[in-house]
Design a protein around this ligand. Structure first.
Ligand code: ADP
Ligand code: 5GP
Length: 247
């Protein structure tokens, strides 16, 4: 049986890596895709653990050889998911989690419509700025211009939230981790035809509460805080990010 493809996207600094790291110890049989990137290692990052770090020349050669399931340019660097990562995970009977940006998520959804996508939001721009500054401080460099760039991009990314199947708001970390684990469990239960035990029912209930269609009350204050007007009220791709906003 083919594995389940999960996608998680979030504005930089929302807490995605923190949540994904905790998920590693909670959920078995879920592989974490290691992307390729042309950006340099940050903080304690290790080659082939957080990313496969490479040169622009090599990345462009991989593009020419059609080695990527998806790729995008984010903050002036290339990031991409190799097709081989997907093949290997599914060959071993594992589910795969891709941590990719909004542009990459759109590409994957078009190629793999059965993929389960999750959008993680920070509670507000103020909290996001605080987390970005704290992380920069811990890594020994605080570049205000970089932080401003990420805050501006966060708003544009959040505008695309309706394209995702599930929404998480990372306010209380433990709750966000529990919800993420419930979404993975819920999708497995649904596809593998279980769902009988009280614990299965509890997980399905938590996961259902995170569905985009059921998240209006949680999402509204975040949209308001970021100044995102959501006048459509309906689902559908928005893709508002222009090329110059993506760089
Ligand atoms: P991302 O991977 O989305 O860019 P990180 O996981 O690196 O973000 O988190 C950014 C910063 O926010 C880190 O310093 C992390 O410890 C902190 N953080 C993450 N989630 C929470 C949370 N729920 N409450 C407080 N701080 C958090
Ligand atoms: P960072 O440099 O903070 O690790 O990541 C910056 C952004 O690039 C994040 O939004 C992250 O999700 C995204 N990203 C990481 N890997 C990939 C990838 O393989 N493809 C795409 N499209 N985006 C990625």
């Amino acid at each position: 049986m083919a594995g389940i493809l999960f996608i998680i996207s979030a504005p930089s600094g929302s807490g995605k890596s923190t949540i994904v790291n905790q998920l590693r110890s909670l959920v078995a049989g879920l592989e974490f895709s290691v992307s390729w990137t042309t950006r340099g290692p940050r903080g304690s990052e290790v080659d082939s653990r957080e990313y496969h770090f490479t040169t622009r020349e090599h990345f462009e050669e991989m593009i020419r050889h059609d080695e990527f399931l998806e790729y995008a340019e984010v903050f002036g660097n290339y990031y991409g998911t190799a097709r081989s990562t997907l093949r290997e995970a599914f060959a071993h009977g594992r589910d795969l989690l891709l941590d990719i940006d909004v542009q990459g998520a759109g590409q994957v959804r078009r190629k793999c419509p059965e993929a389960v996508s999750i959008f993680l939001m920070p509670p507000s721009p103020e909290v996001l700025a605080l987390r970005l500054r704290n992380r920069s401080r811990a890594e020994g460099v605080v570049r205000e211009a970089e932080i401003e760039k990420r805050l501006a991009r966060a708003r544009l990314e959040i505008e695309n939230y309706r394209e995702y199947s599930y929404i998480l708001v990372n306010d209380i970390l433990d709750r966000a981790v529990e919800e993420m684990a419930a979404i993975v469990a819920g999708e497995r239960i649904r596809r593998n035809g279980a769902g009988e035990t009280p614990d299965d029912e509890r997980l399905l209930q938590i996961a259902d509460g995170c569905r985009t269609a059921n998240s209006e009350a949680r999402v509204r204050p975040v949209l308001d805080a970021f100044g995102v007007t959501d006048s459509t009220g309906g689902p559908g791709p928005r893709h508002r990010m222009r090329a110059e906003e993506q760089a």
